[in-house]
Design a protein around this ligand. Structure first.
Ligand SMILES: NC(=O)c1ccc[n+]([C@@H]2O[C@H](COP(=O)([O-])OP(=O)(O)OC[C@H]3O[C@@H](n4cnc5c(N)ncnc54)[C@H](OP(=O)(O)O)[C@@H]3O)[C@@H](O)[C@H]2O)c1
Length: 354
């Protein structure tokens, strides 16, 4: 059944020929698992069908999400739908980027996704010893950047992938990747009202180098909604970033006291603006995220059709520039408190994007 929803604007990703709707469906929760808890396939099927029907046909998953179950669930949901209507995007873990391993892992993703090509294939985090450690503790060999991007180009020539992308790459890492000669269509980076660290450096660099930017965690995993009155109410897995006090959250790796007071102050100010104009906080957060200069598309986890439709409607509605300016001002102190690192999961001394 088609619901009356506004059309989503479409944008070109950097200087590539990849065209994306301004909102993409984040599929991390698909397949269920420890992080997000149970997720029914029936609901995934309904979200995917409705998203395609309404032009929100861009799906972001990764081999690492729920041990491959997210890719599998997306593949099941896409079965029987015309393949060309979906833009399927997945990521290879940096630990799996040595040439032979990368090819084998790409084939495994294709099988789980039940397709013969991936529209956008990204390297999930930079290919460095520190970054790899998170994906494969104890791994001793670091694949070379040159080998990884040459292999991605081979996969592209073979038609297995349509576009090459990176994710969480800092300025030096992006420059190094581009120097291999591989065409890089996107850099997927954290971007929300409460995670703005990409603004001064990597975002302008992406724009200058013709690389599109996908902003992820547009709602900071539900913080930017009206659902959780206090930060402590968020499920523990969603309290691992530097916004939160690591002493209260054993799963956090950053080991810092966090910026809970500044986060709550920003959130309170955002919620007050939302209430004043009679909109849900999540609407404002999404409108702000897609309005970012240089942002191609924003990714938001939608676990049911109601959330998808609300998010779609918000992303398709332009934000009043005066409200945008107010939101920027309200979140400046938090931006300053969190500092310039956009690796929100790690202590800045162990920033994986450097
Ligand atoms: N490249 C990377 O390193 C990286 C890292 C993180 C994420 N990502 C990608 O970005 C996507 C988006 O990030 P995310 O899913 O982690 O976080 P998110 O989009 O900020 O938050 C998603 C959560 O927000 C809640 N939500 C969604 N719509 C809502 C609405 N209209 N009203 C109230 N609450 C709403 C839902 O919570 P409930 O589930 O509780 O309903 C949902 O699961 C991911 O799925 C993934 O594809 C990439």
């Amino acid at each position: 059944m088609t619901t009356d929803l506004p059309a989503l604007p479409i944008r070109r990703s950097g200087t590539s020929d990849l065209m994306l709707p301004v909102l993409g469906v984040g599929c991390w929760a698909f397949g269920g698992g420890d992080y997000w808890g149970p997720q029914s396939q029936t609901e995934v099927d309904a979200v995917v069908r409705s998203a395609i029907e309404h032009g929100c046909n861009f799906f972001d998953t990764a081999e690492a999400y729920n041990g491959g179950e997210s890719e599998k669930a997306l593949g099941v949901a896409l079965r029987g739908l015309p393949r060309e209507r979906a833009i399927v995007c997945t990521k290879i873990s940096p630990s799996n980027t040595a040439p032979a391993t990368l090819i084998a892992h790409c084939e495994a993703s294709l099988r789980r996704l039940q397709t013969d090509y991936i529209d956008l294939y990204m390297v999930h985090w930079p290919i460095t010893a520190h970054s790899i450690h998170h994906f494969a503790p104890g791994a001793t060999e670091v694949p070379t950047v040159a080998g990884a991007f040459a292999t991605l180009q081979e996969l592209r020539r073979a038609g297995k992938i349509r576009h090459i992308g990176v994710s969480n790459f800092g300025p030096q890492q992006l420059t190094e990747a581009l120097a291999t000669g591989a065409p890089i269509a996107v850099n997927e980076l954290p971007y929300s009202l409460l995670t703005r660290a990409i603004e001064p450096t990597i975002l302008p660099l992406c724009r200058a180098r013709g690389v599109g930017v996908l902003g992820y965690m547009a709602l900071l995993q539900g913080v930017l909604s009206d659902r959780f009155a206090a930060l402590d109410e968020l499920p523990e897995y969603r309290r691992r970033t530097r916004h939160f006090d690591s002493r209260k959250t054993p799963l956090a790796r950053h080991g810092l006291p966090g910026c809970e007071a500044e986060t709550m102050a920003a959130l309170t100010a955002i919620r007050a603006i939302a209430r004043r104009i009679g909109r849900p906080t999540s609407d404002l957060a999404l409108q702000w995220a897609v309005a970012g200069e240089g942002i191609t598309s924003s990714l938001c986890g939608c676990r049911n059709v109601a959330a998808l439709h609300a998010n779609l409607r918000a992303a398709a509605t332009p934000l009043d520039p005066a409200i945008l300016a107010e939101l920027n001002q309200a979140t400046e102190p938090l931006l300053a408190a969190l500092g310039p690192s956009f690796d929100y999961y790690e202590n800045p001394a162990h920033d994986r994007t450097q």
